[in-house]
Each structure stands twice: as structure tokens, then as C-alpha cells.
Design a protein around this ligand. Sequence first.
Ligand SMILES: Cc1cc2nc3c(=O)[nH]c(=O)nc-3n(C[C@H](O)[C@H](O)[C@H](O)COP(=O)(O)O)c2cc1C
Length: 173
Amino acid sequence: MNTIECIKSRASVRSFKPDKIPDSVLDEILDSAVHAPSAGNVQDWEFVVVSKQDTKNRLAGAAWGQEFVSQAPAVIVVCSNLRTIHNAYGERGNSLYSIQNTATATQNMLLAAWEKGLGSCWVGSFNDEKVREILVLPSHVRPMAIVPIGYPATEPKKTRRKKLGEVVHKEFY
Ligand SMILES: Cc1cc2nc3c(=O)[nH]c(=O)nc-3n(C[C@H](O)[C@H](O)[C@H](O)COP(=O)(O)O)c2cc1C
């Protein structure tokens, strides 16, 4: 699968087979994440890999009951180390680059997973404080995305995209 095929065929997966993901595959997905670009190459991302059922259940609860989070064999919580990004860029680092950097890393993970025949979903709707507590995150580490990953139980449906003409402006807005 080439890059464009991977980007265009990927879809969010919200139902998973219980099959374990080989460690080597999970490592490849994480390694793809850390190859993402980041402002000043600060790489403020950090990842908490969760496979214990009790923790996954609690994360699903923190994500307002999105049960599919607990059904994935692996859940990766993408975090930003705000201390490192703030040291480099101050307020702009905290409020913008931390989000952008971890977003690029998260997207790399979704694509790498898809290329490996795995499904995943970017979960952004969660209670930060609850996730913090469950994962024992220090106060300078902010959870940015919860990414459940597993072999798809059903083929996901492609969602509609706006036409280029609706979103592309030439020269001026
Ligand atoms: C920042 C962000 C937050 C999201 N949060 C959730 C979420 O909490 N729960 C969920 O089921 N999907 C979530 N999604 C997935 C989107 O719903 C999904 O990407 C979108 O509908 C397009 O579908 P596709 O991923 O299949 O192309 C999120 C996606 C992004 C980028």
C-alpha cells in the first residue's frame, strides 16, 4: 500500500477482534509516531501503552463511556510533555505546538496501524483529569488523544469528504 492509498482508504475503526497485537507491530506503530515532524524538533510527545483490561475500562469511562476503547487489545494515550515545549516556545508552545505536534504523531500512528491491517480511532472526547488520574500523569504531562488499536471486527465505512472546491481558496480567501 502506498502512502496516498493508505491515507485515502483509512477509516476509523470502533469494533475490534480480541486478538493480541504482536509487540513488534505495536513498536512499529509507535516508531512511526516519533518520526512525525514537531516544532523545533522538540518531540514533546510521550505515549502510555495500555493493555490491562481494568485500565482500558477506566479509560473508556473517562472517555464518557465510549465502550469501544475498552474493547481494543491495545490503547495508546498520546500525551504532550508541556514542560519541554514550554521551555522551547513559551505560551505558543503550550497552547499551539503541543497540540500540533501530538496531532501529527497521532495521525502517523493511525496510518501505520492501517498499513499493518489494524484499525484505530482518534478519541479526543474525554475528561482530562480522569485520564491523568488513571495513568498517574504528572501535572506537566497533558493527555491529548486516546487511540484504541486492534484488528477490525467489521469493515469500517468510509465517511464523506467535502469537495476540494468547498475548502480550497486560490490566492485569496
Ligand atoms: C481531534 C479528533 C477527535 C476525535 N474524537 C473522537 C471521539 O471522541 N470519539 C470517536 O468515536 N471518534 C472521534 N474522532 C474520530 C472522528 O469522528 C473521525 O475521524 C471522523 O468522523 C472522520 O471519519 P474517519 O476517521 O473514518 O475518516 C475524533 C477525530 C479527531 C481528529
